[in-house]
Design a binder for this molecule. Structure first.
Ligand code: SPV
Ligand code: MG
Length: 431
C-alpha cells in the first residue's frame, strides 16, 4: 500500500479538506499532519482552538489511517520520518509565498522518487466564508490581546513593525517573504508615537491626544489580526494612565510601553540635545503598579521603557531601574539607546539576563541598525521593534513625487515609480 501525506493548517474542516482526503485515498493510505502551534504562529495562522482539538477534528474524518503532528511549515522532518510516496495539496501553492513550501516538498521527495499531487484548490463561497470567520475571530479582542504573550513563549524573537494607518497595518499583516527556505513575516504591530504624530503633521511631544491615538488603533484593528503594541509615551498622569490601560485592554491591544520620562516629553532620539527629564524610580513604579492593579485580564502587558542610556546615565542606573520596575509589576523591560554601536545595549542585556532569565526584553534598533535579529536573540532580547522605517521610507518617496510633478507640470515622469492602482486594490480586502 502506498502512503499519501497531507498537512492541514486549519481550525475548521471544510469541503476543500474533505476533497483532499477523498483524492488522497485514490493513491493509498492517508496520513494527515496537523501543524503545531509554533509553526502555525510562524505562518500567521494563529490557532483559535488547541492542538488536541485540531487533532480531534481530523481523527473524526473517515478514511484516515494516521494523524501526526508536523512541527515545521517546511516538510523536511516529516518527510524524512514517514517517507510518503505522495504529498497531496491544493494547487494554490503553485504561486505566491507558499510556493516556497512546495519547492521544499519537491526537493525532499526527489531524494527517493516521491511525488507531489496538486489538486484543484477548492475556493467557493462557503470556504471563503469559513476563512473569513477564522480571520474575524482572530481580530476579536479576546483572541488578539493574548497573542503577544503567547508568542513570547514560542518565538525565539518576536518582530514588530510600525503602523499608523489601515494601509500600513495591511502591509504589516500581509507582507511575507521567502528567506533561506523559510517564510518570514512580522509578528506584531507597533503604534509609534513618533509616526502617529508625524502622520498628523505634529511633533512627538504627547500633543496628539489619546482619543486620536485610539482612533489610529481602531483604523489598524479594522483591517488586521496581528497583535498591537502601543507606544504610550510617558503614560501621562497616574490618574489618567489607569483609564488608558482599561481602554487599551478592552480594545484588544496586547501591550503598552511607557517610558520613564516626565515633564514635556521629547523624542528619545534627540537624547541630551534637548532638555528631557527622567522620572523618579518611585513615581514611575507607582504608575506601573496603578496600571497593573486596574487590568482585568492576564493577557495585557505593561512594559517599562528605561531611558537611562538615552540620557547618558549608564548601565548601572538602567539595571537598578529594571529591577525596581519589575518589582512594581512591569511585564517586560524595554531598553533604549541612540548609539550606533550596539555594545551598550548588548552590555545591558547580558547583565540583565545574568540576574533575570524570564522577563521579556524589548529593543528598538533605529540607531544601532546593524544588529541582526539573531544577534539580539543571542543577547536575550525577546521583541525587536522596527519603530519608524515605514514612515521614513514613504516620506522621501512622496516628497520626490510631489517635487517632480511640480518640475514637469505633469505626472508622466513619476509614473514608473508608482504602484499600479490594481496592486493597491488587491491589498485591500472587500467583504
Ligand atoms: C516611537 O516610535 O515613537 C518611539 C521609539 O518611541 S523612538 O522614536 O526611538 O523613541
Ligand atoms: Mg514614542
Amino acid at each position: 500500500m502506498k502512503k499519501v501525506y497531507a498537512c492541514f493548517t486549519t481550525d475548521v474542516i471544510h469541503e476543500g479538506h474533505l476533497n483532499i482526503i477523498k483524492e488522497a485515498q485514490k493513491f493509498g493510505e492517508v496520513v494527515v499532519g496537523v501543524l503545531s502551534d509554533s509553526a502555525l504562529i510562524r505562518f500567521n495562522r494563529f490557532p483559535t482552538i488547541s492542538l488536541d482539538d485540531r487533532i480531534g477534528l481530523i481523527k473524526n474524518i473517515e478514511g484516515i489511517s494516521e494523524v501526526i503532528i508536523q512541527e515545521d511549515v517546511m516538510y523536511d522532518e516529516v518527510i524524512n520520518k514517514i517517507r510518503p510516496d505522495y504529498v497531496i495539496h491544493g494547487d494554490n501553492w503553485l504561486q505566491g509565498p507558499t510556493k516556497a513550501i512546495r519547492d521544499n516538498v519537491e526537493e525532499c521527495l526527489k531524494k527517493y522518487g516521491g511525488k507531489i499531487i496538486d489538486i484543484p484548490y477548492t475556493y467557493n463561497s462557503e470556504v471563503k466564508r469559513i476563512d473569513e470567520r477564522i480571520k474575524e475571530k482572530l481580530a476579536m479582542p479576546e483572541f488578539r490581546r493574548k497573542r503577544l504573550r503567547q508568542m513570547f513563549g514560542i518565538r525565539s524573537i518576536v518582530k514588530a513593525i510600525e503602523v499608523h494607518s489601515g494601509l500600513t497595518g495591511l502591509l504589516a499583516e500581509k507582507t511575507v517573504v521567502e528567506h533561506d527556505g523559510e517564510l518570514d513575516q512580522f509578528d506584531a504591530m507597533w503604534i509609534s508615537s513618533l509616526c502617529d504624530s508625524t502622520a498628523k503633521g505634529k511633533p512627538d511631544i504627547e500633543l496628539v491626544d489619546m482619543t486620536s491615538r485610539f482612533r489610529t488603533i481602531d483604523d489598524v484593528m479594522e483591517v488586521t489580526t496581528k497583535p498591537i503594541i502601543f507606544d504610550g509615551d510617558t503614560g501621562g498622569m497616574v490618574e489618567h494612565f489607569v483609564y488608558t490601560v482599561r481602554s487599551l485592554e478592552r480594545m484588544g491591544v496586547s501591550a503598552i510601553i511607557i517610558e520613564d520620562k516626565t515633564g514635556l516629553k521629547k523624542n528619545s532620539l534627540f537624547g541630551n540635545d534637548v532638555v528631557q527629564m527622567q522620572d523618579s524610580i518611585e513615581h514611575f513604579c507607582d504608575k506601573i503598579s496603578a496600571g497593573k492593579k486596574v487590568q482585568l485580564t492576564d493577557d495585557f502587558m505593561i512594559i517599562a521603557r528605561i531611558e537611562s542610556l538615552i540620557l547618558e546615565k549608564g548601565i548601572e542606573d538602567a539595571l537598578k531601574r529594571a529591577r525596581a520596575y519589575i518589582q512594581a509589576g512591569a511585564d517586560g523591560i524595554m531598553i533604549h539607546s541612540r548609539e550606533k554601536d550596539p555594545s551598550e545595549i548588548f552590555a545591558f542585556c547580558d547583565a540583565f539576563r545574568l540576574e533575570n532569565k524570564e522577563t521579556p526584553l524589548v529593543v528598538v534598533p533605529t540607531a544601532f541598525n546593524s544588529v541582526t535579529e539573531n544577534e539580539l536573540a543571542f543577547h536575550g532580547v525577546n521583541l525587536v521593534i522596527y519603530a519608524n522605517q515605514l514612515t521614513r521610507s514613504a516620506f522621501p518617496a512622496m516628497q520626490q513625487t510631489a517635487e517632480d510633478i511640480l518640475r514637469f507640470h505633469r505626472a508622466q515622469e513619476v509614473d514608473g515609480r508608482l504602484m499600479p492602482i490594481k496592486n493597491i486594490i488587491t491589498l485591500i480586502d472587500e467583504l
